[in-house]
Design a protein around this ligand. Sequence first.
Ligand code: QAP
Ligand code: CO
Length: 174
Amino acid sequence: MKLTIVEYPDRKLREKSKKVEVFDEKLHKLLDAMHPFMIKTNGIGLAAIQVAYATQVLVLNIPDEDGEQPKENLLEIINPVITSKNGSTVYQEGCLSVPSFYEDIQRSETISINYQDRDGNTKTLDADGLLSIAIQHEIDHLDGILFIDKLSYSRRKKFEKEYKRMLKEKKSSK
Ligand code: QAP
Ligand code: CO
C-alpha cells in the first residue's frame, strides 16, 4: 500500500473523518502502512486523513528519552472520544501536512480518551505530557482542524505569507 502525504492548503485536510465500522484486513493494511510511513517522514503522530483516508484512524509513536521510536511504543487509536480534559499547557507544534512550520499552541495538559484498537476492542487511556498534546493534535485532524487554525489572527497572517513563499520556492526548485 503506497501512501502520500496531503499538504496544506489541500481542502482534503478539511474533511470530517468517518467512524470505522468494520475492523477488517483493509483497516489492518492501512495501519500497517501508516506506521512505517510516519517513521520514514520523521513523524510522531499521523491521522489517516493526512494520507487521504477519511477514516477515524490515528497512529502515534512518541520518542523515548533516547529519541528512539520502538514499535512497542506504537499506539493505534481508532474512533477516539475525549472523555475528560484538565489543565493547560503550551508546546511548539508542527505537522507533517504543514511542513517546516512550528508554532506554540495551547492545549489541555491531561486528557482521557475512549477508543478502539485494530480488532475493535474498546479501550481507555489517560495521557499527559507530549502524548496528551499529540493525541489532541491528531483528534483535531479527524474534525478537519489544523494546528494553524489555533493561531491568533496576526500569527496566522504571518504563517500564510511565509508558507506561500516556501511553496513558491519549492516549485521553482523542481
Ligand atoms: C503532531 O507532528 C504533534 O514540519 C505530530 O518538516 C506535533 O509528527 C504532536 C514533521 C507536536 C505533538 C506535538 C513536521 C515532520 C512532523 C515537519 C509531527 C516536518 C517533518 C510532525
Ligand atoms: Co498534524
